[in-house]
Design a protein around this ligand. Structure first.
Ligand code: SF4
Ligand code: SF4
Length: 198
């Protein structure tokens, strides 16, 4: 194993110097960094969640990159996660701590996406609950089969290239699109091929 080098990220350096706390907790700091503070407030108001599969992939990568600068280690860990995490095409599904089944991580919880500066609300998509039905029953429900068919054939419009985008209310959230999908994967990062699924 290579010896670890002490290289801090800009954020870590600012934390050590006490700058980050000042930027995020004083009134002046809050006014200067409204967007970041809003994101942090939203993040802190929710119960913490741990994604075990993601944590394992992250740790796996960190074990291999101890001698690298921290920014590279984070990037490589993210690359490892995005390359190895399983999606619809791998016949994967996600079950949350309450037993609700979703087709992927992106549809497991609610959150906001920012697409070219435009905010989009993402709603979860649950196909059943393992406390009520067996997994194979949920997997073979027509709604789930049809959703997998749409994803595997990528049957979603390309909203970011659409000339009606500015006046279209479909893009406010992932509830639906003009092709009749509900939910719609049209602007998912994976669907835009920033990360790949399927
Ligand atoms: S949902 Fe709206 S923005 Fe997306 S392709 Fe259809 S009309 Fe265009
Ligand atoms: S395209 Fe995105 S939202 Fe749709 S199934 Fe794949 S990861 Fe989930």
């Amino acid at each position: 194993m290579q010896a670890a080098v002490k290289v801090l990220t800009p954020q870590e350096e600012r934390i050590i110097k006490g700058q980050l706390t000042e930027e995020l907790t004083t009134e002046e700091g809050r006014n200067q960094r409204k967007r970041v503070n809003k994101l942090l407030a939203n993040f802190r108001s929710r119960p913490p969640r741990v994604n075990i599969e993601r944590a394992l992939l992250f740790t796996e990568s960190f074990k291999e990159t101890e001698s690298m600068p921290m920014v590279l280690r984070w990037a490589k860990a993210m690359e490892n996660i995005l390359n190895k995490i399983k999606f619809v095409e791998d016949k994967a599904m996600v079950v949350n701590h309450m037993g609700f089944v979703s087709p992927c991580y992106a549809l497991m919880h609610s959150y906001n996406c920012y697409i070219y500066g435009r905010i989009k609300e993402m709603y979860p998509f649950y196909l059943g609950n393992v406390t009520e039905k067996k997994l194979d029953q949920i997997w073979t429900e027509p709604i789930y089969i049809n959703f997998r068919l749409a994803v595997n054939n990528f049957h979603f419009p390309s909203c970011t290239d659409c000339k009606f985008l500015d006046g279209c209310s479909y893009v406010d959230n992932n509830d639906g699109d003009c092709w009749g999908n509900s939910p719609s994967c049209a602007e998912c990062l994976w669907s835009r091929q920033l990360v790949l699924c399927p």
